[in-house]
Design a protein around this ligand. Structure first.
Ligand SMILES: [Zn+2]
Ligand SMILES: [Zn+2]
Length: 124
């Protein structure tokens, strides 16, 4: 259920691998927990359980091979930033939209926009 979001930081301190849960949350996992760390995939060590901090679901024991996201068709619906093409997108919650509306009293810049790019900050 997890997919490899990025292993770029695995090659230098703090030696972190980013995994993306199917709920959209991204968690960071120490490279000590992996048997193999490559750019395109990682393999979990036996006995290691990775659990999402958002939805509490865990990677199944028999699925230790975690491929880079967007490598298979099941993932094509994940939105990407129209400006920089990044997949590091976060959903702007309706709560923060409402707060923006009340506080400013006019349509805030978030209104009507659903996603925000964590890479460049673009809202769309
Ligand atoms: Zn999750
Ligand atoms: Zn962007």
């Amino acid at each position: 259920m997890f997919e490899l979001s990025s292993s770029l930081l695995a090659h230098e301190p703090p030696y972190i691998v980013y995994l993306r849960c199917e709920c959209g949350a991204e968690i960071d996992v120490d490279t000590d927990n992996f048997e193999i760390v490559k750019d395109k995939y990682v393999v979990l060590k036996e006995g290691i359980t990775v659990t999402c901090s958002e939805c509490s679901r865990s990677q199944p024991d028999d699925e230790r091979y975690i491929p880079l996201e967007n490598q298979h068709s099941g993932n094509l619906h994940i939105p990407t930033c129209p400006t920089c093409g990044s997949t590091k997108i976060e959903k702007i919650s309706t709560a923060s939209k409402a707060i923006g509306f009340v506080a400013v009293g006019v349509f805030s810049s978030n209104f009507g926009k659903t996603f925000k790019c964590k890479q460049c900050g673009y809202k769309f």
